[in-house]
Ligand binder design. Structure first.
Ligand code: GLU
Length: 445
C-alpha cells in the first residue's frame, strides 16, 4: 500500500502555526513511508475562500520545505459530491430536515433542561410526504442530515490516541448540506479521502467527533476508512491556544528572521517524547518520526524557545544554504567568521558592515591614542597574512608592555567600532591590512 496523506486547509485565511504543524506531520509521515503528500484545498465556501490565500498557502508550504506532491481542490468537485449524495439519499442515509436554527436551539435547551444530552431527535424522519410538501409550500427549504447507523458501533485504532469507541446512538445525525445547497465539510472530505486514495488522516483532536461520523460515511460510501491519527492541540506558553498563536504564521516568522528549519525542528518534536533539538537536516527529523511518540497532552509552543532554537540552527547553516541571502561580496570564509555571532540572519548586515566599514570608534583617551599610533606603525611593517592579528598583538605586547584587555580592547574598538564581536584573529584578515590601517589612524587622531 502506498501511503498517502493530505493537508486540507480552507483557503479562508493564512496558515497559522497550528495548521503548519498538522501539515508538517502529514508531510513527515508520507516522507518517512515513501508515500505522497497531497494539498487539498477545502474551498467549498466560495464567498470566504480567496485565491490570494490559496497562493499564500502554497508559498508558505514551499518556504517551509513542505511542498505538496499533488494538489486538489474541492470547488471543482461539486458534481462528484452531488453524485454520492444522490446515492446516500437513495439508500436512506441522507434525509431532509426542516427545523430552523431557533427550533433546534429550543429542542437542545429542553433536552438539557431535562438533564438529557442534546442529541438531534430525528423528528424529520417521521415527516410524511404530505407534511414535507406542506413545509415546502410554506417556503421552507430542507437542510440534509446523514443518518447514522445506530446498530454499528464506531471504533478505530487511533495511531496516537489508541482504541476509540463511540456509540452512534449518542451522536446527532450530522448536517451535511445546508438549506442553500452548500456543503458542510464532513461529507465532501470523506468522498475526497476515498477518491484520492488517502491512507492516513492526520489532524487535530478537535476532529475526533467528526471522525466518528465520517467512519460511518466511509462505509456508507462503500469504502474502508483510512487510518486516523489525532494529535493533541497546540497551546501557547499560557496553556491555551491564544489569539496570538491563531494568527502567528509564516509572514511573522519571516519578519523575525526565523529560519524554516527552526520552525520545522520545533514543530516536529513538541508534544512528542523526543527532545526538541537543533536539527537543520529535515531527514534526520523524518527518521525519528513516529506517532507512538506523540503524547496526549497539548503541545506547548513557546516563541522564546523558537528564537533560541533558531539561533542554534543559524550556527549550523553552511555557506551554500545561505549564500543567496548574504551580501554580494561575502564569501564562505566571511560567513564562517560572522556566523557564530548571529542571533538570527537579520544580524548579518550589521556584522558585514564591521568588515567593510565604515566603522566609528568611540573617542579614546590620549594614552590609548598613542597606543593605537604605535599599532598603526607596527601594522604598516607587517605582511598581510592569516596570522596578522597574532603577529600584531604579540609585537605590541613586546613594545608597549600592555597585555589582556588594555592591549586588545582599544584595538578591537578602533578596528570594529564595538567592544565585542567576532574573533579578531579571523576578522582582521577579512577587514584587510589597508582598511585596518585607516581605522587605526582615524581612532588615533
Ligand atoms: N478543512 C478542514 C479543516 O481545516 C479539514 C479537516 C481535515 O483534515 O479533515 O478543519
Amino acid at each position: 500500500m502506498t501511503i498517502r496523506t493530505r493537508f486540507a486547509p480552507s483557503p479562508t485565511g493564512h496558515l497559522h502555526v497550528g495548521n503548519i504543524r498538522t501539515a508538517l506531520h502529514n508531510w513527515m509521515f508520507a516522507r518517512k513511508e515513501g508515500g505522497t503528500f497531497l494539498l487539498r484545498l477545502d474551498d467549498t465556501d466560495a464567498e470566504r475562500s480567496k485565491e490570494e490565500y490559496v497562493e499564500a498557502i502554497r508559498a508558505d508550504l514551499a518556504w517551509l520545505g513542505l511542498a505538496a506532491d499533488d494538489e486538489q481542490r474541492q470547488s471543482v468537485r461539486f458534481a462528484r459530491y452531488e453524485e454520492e449524495f444522490g446515492k446516500l439519499k437513495a439508500a436512506g442515509r441522507a434525509y431532509p430536515a426542516y427545523e430552523t436554527a431557533q427550533e433546534l436551539d429550543l429542542k437542545r435547551k429542553i433536552q438539557l433542561g431535562r438533564g438529557k444530552p442534546p442529541i438531534y431527535d430525528r423528528a424529520a424522519l417521521d415527516l410524511t410526504d404530505a407534511q414535507q410538501a406542506d413545509l415546502e409550500a410554506q417556503g421552507r427549504k430542507p437542510h440534509w442530515r446523514f443518518k447514522l447507523d445506530h446498530d454499528s458501533p464506531i471504533t478505530w485504532a487511533d495511531r496516537i490516541r489508541g482504541e476509540q469507541h463511540f456509540d452512534p446512538a449518542l451522536l446527532s445525525d450530522p448536517v451535511i448540506r445546508r438549506e442553500d445547497g452548500s456543503w458542510l465539510y464532513m461529507l465532501p472530505s470523506a468522498i475526497d479521502d476515498v477518491d484520492m486514495g488517502i491512507t492516513h488522516v492526520v489532524r487535530g483532536e478537535d476532529h475526533v467527533a467528526n471522525t466518528a461520523v465520517q467512519i460511518q460515511m466511509f462505509h456508507a460510501l462503500g469504502a474502508e476508512p483510512p487510518a486516523f491519527a489525532h494529535e493533541a492541540l497546540l497551546v501557547g506558553t499560557e496553556g491555551k491556544l491564544s489569539k496570538r498563536l491563531g494568527s502567528l504564521g509564516v509572514s511573522a516568522f519571516r519578519e523575525k528572521h526565523i529560519e524554516p528549519q527552526a520552525i520545522i525542528a520545533l514543530l516536529a518534536r513538541i508534544g512528542t517524547s523526543d527532545p526538541v533539538e537543533p536539527i537543520a537536516d529535515v531527514d534526520m527529523l523524518v527518521a525519528t518520526f513516529d506517532f507512538a511518540r506523540f503524547g496526549r497532552a497539548p503541545a506547548r509552543f513557546d516563541e522564546e524557545e523558537l528564537a533560541q532554537l533558531n539561533q542554534k540552527i543559524v550556527h549550523l547553516l553552511d555557506y551554500p544554504a545561505v549564500k543567496d541571502r548574504l551580501p554580494e561580496a561575502m564569501d564562505a570564509a566571511a560567513w564562517a567568521v560572522i556566523r557564530p555571532n548571529l542571533h538570527d540572519m537579520g544580524d548579518v548586515d550589521q556584522w558585514w558592515q564591521v568588515v567593510t566599514g565604515p566603522v566609528s570608534a568611540p573617542e579614546m583617551p590620549p594614552e590609548d591614542k598613542a597606543f593605537l599610533s604605535d599599532a598603526h606603525a607596527e601594522l604598516e611593517g607587517l605582511e598581510a597574512s592569516d596570522a596578522l592579528w597574532k603577529t600584531l598583538t604579540e609585537a605590541l605586547k613586546e613594545a608597549t608592555g600592555r597585555k589582556g584587555k588594555p592591549l586588545f580592547m582599544p584595538l578591537r574598538q578602533a578596528l570594529t567600532g564595538l567592544d565585542h564581536g567576532p574573533d579578531m584573529n579571523a576578522l582582521l584578515p577579512l577587514i584587510g591590512k589597508q582598511a585596518a590601517l585607516a581605522r587605526l589612524a582615524q581612532a588615533a587622531a
